[in-house]
Design a protein around this ligand. Structure first.
Ligand code: G3P
Ligand code: CA
Length: 254
């Protein structure tokens, strides 16, 4: 696992959250292409399953917010999803953009950047989701440039078994629930921890490092917060605006 791309990138690793989220419609090919053009070395995306078991890239449980359609992603077939416009809600410049499949994103990126695939909750079909995603990553031979994460412990466990060479992160919620999740990390033994920024402190990061776990925090768009987290030794963070992150990091002397 040590020759994985994650361990070759300079820290902190900036993950372009859902692609270039502030510049193009999130989780679309246009968004990932834009992030690559802006110099992203790492991308983040979210996956779930269609009704006919295809792995698609979308954040929400439904298509309502980010397309001109309605309904739960898990209840729509890929052919129905592919008819939806996933760009106009963001800007007319992106009219006709589609919800991509994971395969389409892997074909676009082709190892040019690290990808964090966040496995969402496809409920009783999570096993199928994890297996399909793992098969695709194997088929495309991109194990060394992909990491996984999930808020769902079972997804973390399943993907570690499927792809032992891909680092896997456990996402934790803000507040009290997040604290409980962090206290129970032993049962999951993730390689990485992806906490909400409000759970972080220099001491927390130090403790995770003592367990040889990298800390990638979400979602950081504020320059002062970035500077603080970098000072505390964060290993990476998810960001909607690559320009802000690039400006902050270039102004910090290490
Ligand atoms: O992976 C970090 C972040 O994406 C987790 O939250 O809700 O944006 O998927 P969310
Ligand atoms: Ca996500």
């Amino acid at each position: 696992m040590n020759n994985h791309r994650l361990y070759e990138l300079s820290k902190p690793v900036v993950f372009a959250h859902r692609g270039a989220k502030n510049y193009a419609p999130e989780n679309t090919l246009a968004s990932f292409q834009k992030a690559l053009e802006m110099g992203a070395q790492a991308l983040e995306l979210d996956i779930t399953l269609t009704k006919d078991d295809e792995v698609v890239v979308i954040h929400d449980d439904t298509v309502d917010r980010t397309t001109d359609g309605k309904g739960a992603v898990n209840d729509l077939e890929l052919a129905e999803i592919k008819k939806l416009d996933a760009g106009s809600w963001f800007s007319n410049d992106y009219w006709g953009e589609r919800i991509p499949t994971l395969k389409e994103v892997l074909d676009l990126v082709q190892g040019k950047a690290l990808i964090n695939i966040e496995i969402k909750n496809a409920k009783e079909r999570n096993r199928v989701l994890v297996q399909k995603a793992a098969n695709l990553v194997r088929e495309k031979r991109q194990q060394e440039s992909i990491i996984f994460s999930s808020f769902y412990r079972e997804n973390v466990r399943m993907v570690r078994k499927e792809l032992p060479n891909c680092p896997v992160g456990f996402l934790t919620l803000p507040g009290f629930i997040g604290k409980i999740e962090i206290g129970l990390l032993g049962g999951v033994s993730p390689d990485l921890i992806h906490p909400h920024f409000s759970s972080l402190s220099a001491h927390f990061i130090e403790r995770q490092h003592a367990h040889l776990r990298r800390v990638h925090s979400y979602t950081i768009n504020d320059a002062d917060l970035m500077r603080t987290l970098v000072r505390w030794g964060v290993d990476g963070f998810f960001c909607d605006d690559l320009l802000i992150a690039q400006q902050v990091l270039s102004s910090i002397s290490y």
